[in-house]
Every structure is written in C-alpha cells, then in structure tokens.
Ligand binder design. Sequence first.
Ligand SMILES: C[S@@+](CC[C@H](N)C(=O)[O-])C[C@H]1O[C@@H](n2cnc3c(N)ncnc32)[C@H](O)[C@@H]1O
Length: 372
Amino acid sequence: MGNFRAGPPIASSIRRAGDETMSNMLAEALLKDGAVERATHGFHAYPARMHPDAAAAVIAACPGPVHDPFCGGGTVLVEAILAGRQATGTDLSPIAVLVAAARTADRSLVSAMRSDARKITEAARLRVDVEVPELAERWFQPHVAQELGRIRDGIEISRPEVQHLLRALLSSIIVKCSFRKSDTHNRREPHHRAPGTTAILFHKKARELGRWLESMEDGARPQIQLGDARYDTPAKDCGLVLTSPPYPGVYDYLPMQQLRAAWLDLDLGPASGAEVGSRRSFRAKGRKDALKRWREDTHAWIGTQARCLAPGGKMVIVVGDGLVGDRMVDALGPTVEAFQAAGLSVVARASADRPDHAREAVRIEHMVMGTA
Ligand SMILES: C[S@@+](CC[C@H](N)C(=O)[O-])C[C@H]1O[C@@H](n2cnc3c(N)ncnc32)[C@H](O)[C@@H]1O
C-alpha cells in the first residue's frame, strides 16, 4: 500500500484476528504489491495510494454502494466502477478531487478532450509571452514556464465540459516539468528540458488518459466532491466505507501540492487547517498534543462515516503506524477505540510489518474491518 516510504510487506509477519474468512481476505489484501496497469490507475501521481488489488479484494467481499471519505487519487472509486458498483468519494484536497474525477470520467468525454488537447498543444508551442505564477522562477526553466502558461490559457478557452480533464492533464505534468524532485520530496534538482517538450508531454498524457478511459465499461460514475471527512458525507445506506486516512505524522498532503495549486489557481490555505494527522502538526504542536488531536479527529471521522452505513454495512480502514522523530505512533489502538465509540463492532483485522530501510525500522500496517 504505502502511506509511508517502506518496502513491500513481509508475508511471514502477517497477524490475523477475528472472523477467519474476513481476516484471511484482509491479510491477502494487505500483501498486495507491485505495479498495476489496469484502467486509469496509471494516470497522475498521487502519494500513498491504496493498492488497487487490495481495494478490489475488499470491494468483492462487501456488497452494496461504496464510499471513500479520503479518496485521494480515486483508487477505490476506480475499482468500484470496475466492479459495477455505485460509489461516492470526498477529499479535502482540490487536487485529489481533480485527479479522482479524471480517473473516473465518462468515456463519452474522451474525443472532445483529445481534440481540445491537440489544439492547446499546437498553440502552446508558439512563442507568445504569457503571465506565469511568481514561484515559476524558482521551480521551472523560463521556456517551460511559458509553455505551461500557454497550456493553462488554452484550457480556459476550451470546451467547458472537458476543462476539468484538461486541468487534470496539466496537473499531471507539473512536477515532472519542474525542478522538484518528486511529489513527496521537496528538494530542488535543476535539470534541462528541451523547448517544445512540455507541450508534447501534455499531449501524450491526453492520449494516454483517453486510451485508459476508453478501456473502462460504460456505467454509473462516482459522485466526487470536496469534503472534510470529520463532518461531511454525501453517502447514505452504504454497503462499504473503504478508505485509507493519512497515517499520523507522515505526510503534508495539502502543502505538497503547492506547485500544482499555483498553476491551477487553487487556494489550499483554508483547507490546510483541517488536514488529519499532518506531519507539520506533529512538528508544530509536539508529539503529545498532535497525538491528542489526531485521536479526536479519528473519532470524529469514523463517527461521521459510520452513520452512512446501511445495517450490516462494513467499514474497512487501511492505516499504518506513524513515525515521529524516531518513535512509533500506534494507529491500531485508537482506530479500534473509535470503531467502538461509533457503535461499530470489529469483525476482523490483519497487520503486517514493512521494512523502512531509510530509517532502519519496521513499520506496521493494518487493515481493520468493522460492521454497523
Ligand atoms: C492516504 S491518502 C488517500 C490515498 C487514496 N486512498 C488513493 O489511493 O489515492 C489520504 C488523503 O486524505 C486526505 N485528507 C486529509 N485530511 C482530510 C480530511 N479532514 N478530510 C478529507 N480528506 C482528508 C488527503 O488530502 C489525502 O488525499
């Protein structure tokens, strides 16, 4: 899975508890590893994704509509479509919502997206000076920033019904075209990109996304919206809430998207304070206060999302222990307590160790299933 930078789970370390069938299913899901090429999973980087095969296994075991309140790039929602299920998703991050919506878009939009992307690409290669965001100077070669600016301006005058897909395409190339090492590493690593190749990359992404969307069957598409999982849920009478919340103190999901937000003119500020378990909260507040806040947030979101389950519906959470400084943060205990406080009984769970080579430590990841 990978809410932290660790190696694959160690099969011999698996521990199971509770219902035998379900804990075996969770254990197998937890051990899923390796690249998955199907559908749109390959479109746009998104940190700490759930493994698509793990999502597929849990969805197959739990009938009914599916909801993911921390949907990120939309892995669970894509798998719900492939399983022919109704689905809903929310996330605090507008970038997550953009990516999840693009990965689950209706294929009837593909031909308009392709033809508008082609026109934007042609126009972006002409040398016309455009305005670029202030941070472009530090993070992009000048001609790359100009190409990105012309792509952004081209999107604004393209067909409204495909603008969200075109914005997702632009978003998908920003980090790669910048000096930023990767989504999860903020280090500046200058490199050279030849003039014209930024526009070509945009067009390549459009063709890829188009091909992948066309590989998916027609059928209902998920409803995806911005939301704070602690208070919001658009879902009701769900058979399954399947989600992977932020692991405590591991990532800063919103600030991580600073470059994309600048190009897409998105304000991440108001949402940042609502981020659950952020790494910066552990740095700013100190371990004890940040842990208290993370526990309260965990109770809040599990309580809210439990209310959207139909009787007998299941909640399945993938969560890993955090690491703050050199000390572990237990994620399992507070998750189980929050299930109980929300009136859910724990059906089954599985846990596995993953080697964290960078820190010479072992990180434990859990899948926990509760029922309403
Ligand atoms: C582990 S990622 C989810 C990844 C997702 N399962 C996937 O496969 O792409 C956790 C997500 O929680 C979101 N998040 C953090 N705090 C939130 C909150 N209060 N409400 C909703 N989403 C939140 C982050 O923006 C991030 O996308």
